[in-house]
Design a protein. Structure first.
Length: 335
């Protein structure tokens, strides 16, 4: 199987490419490198194949996408490429709607035109908004609280309708909070645009690049007043995409799956765990709540276990140890 992986030089995309090759599949990476380092390409080729095809382009550009299908025998699509910052989406919502919807429409149309029958979509738990109960199940009403979350939900609907009309098997993966790095320590989370995600900022504090961590809100109704999230290892997520890609969902089947650990961790609990994993202090300062942030969320992954045979296997200490191995090994920003 040859899979087009959009955003394949990014954090989750690059790890998924390694999982595809480990399972004997091929990939074509499409990335415009707006939020990924170009040096990732050489590392990916060393971890997968020197012949890994990488296209510098935009997933919303129809000509670029069509040329990829012309030049490669694409059997499936895994779509990661998107703008993905909740706070930024509140500030510039039209940019998010344009980019995220255009890319999924372009890919779905082209895949359908070329008879591709498998599509995996990188969605997010942000589509749930503030869940009415915990843990979060796939059957709960989706009520996103940010433009970013709204774009993900709209993309899900587009793909659901497309699957029904074209017979494409489509898996929508709502994953929670990715953490960690490849076991080689050679690829991990290192965005071009500085620090929105919690763990990369925590690691920058541990490295001494930042003086402190800003903790947004300590007055939530949680066990220590800070927000609660379900942190899941990026390699568990990568393997989740592989199982979704190869699962039999039936012709025109479109299924939504949560990918998480099923356990919630507060921000301050993560800070304490990171200090232990790195052996470094993590100074922090409490600031006000951020617009669009959800108080607490963690996953019920029963469906993924039952239908995909997927379960998160790696612990929070393992996630943080892998992340520290990566950032402390390439603190010069080479990758």
């Amino acid at each position: 199987m040859t899979t087009l992986v959009t955003g394949g030089a990014g954090y989750i995309g690059s790890h998924t490419v390694t999982a595809l090759y480990a399972a004997g599949h091929d990939a074509v990476v499409l990335d415009n490198f707006s939020n990924a380092h170009r040096g990732v390409v050489d590392v990916l080729r060393s971890l997968t194949s020197p012949d890994l095809a990488v296209v510098d382009g935009d997933a919303a550009d129809r000509l670029t996408v069509e040329q990829i299908f012309d030049n490669h025998a694409i059997d499936a699509v895994i779509h990661f490429a998107a703008h993905k910052s909740v706070p930024e989406s509140v500030d510039v919502p039209l940019r998010y709607y344009r980019n995220n919807l255009d890319s999924v429409l372009t890919l779905a149309e082209t895949a359908a035109d070329r008879g591709v029958k498998r599509f995996v979509f990188s969605s997010s738990a942000v589509v749930y908004g503030t869940p009415p109960a915990l843990p979060v199940t796939e059957d709960m009403a989706a009520e996103p609280q940010s433009p970013y979350g709204a774009t993900k939900l709209m993309c899900e609907q587009i793909l659901t309708d497309a699957a029904a009309a074209t017979g494409m098997q489509t898996a929508i993966l709502r994953y929670f909070n990715p953490v960690g790095a490849h076991p080689s320590g050679r690829i991990g989370e290192q965005p071009i645009e500085a620090g929105q995600n919690l763990v990369p900022v925590v690691m920058r504090v541990a490295l001494g690049e930042l003086g402190r961590l800003a903790v947004f809100g300590d007055d939530y109704g949680t066990r220590d007043g800070t927000a609660v999230r379900d942190f899941v290892h990026v390699m568990d997520l990568a393997e989740g995409h592989l199982t979704a890609l190869t699962a039999d969902l039936g012709e025109g089947g479109c299924r939504v799956f949560n990918l998480g650990t099923g356990a919630g961790t507060t921000v301050l609990e993560l800070v304490a765990a990171a200090a232990e994993a790195t052996g470094r202090p993590i100074p922090y300062e409490i600031e006000g709540r951020r617009p669009g942030d959800i108080i607490e969320s963690w996953a019920d992954c029963t469906r993924a276990g039952a239908e995909l045979g997927w379960h998160a296997r790696r612990s929070l200490p393992e996630m943080l140890a892998d992340q520290w191995r990566f950032v402390s090994g390439c603190a010069d920003g080479a990758v």
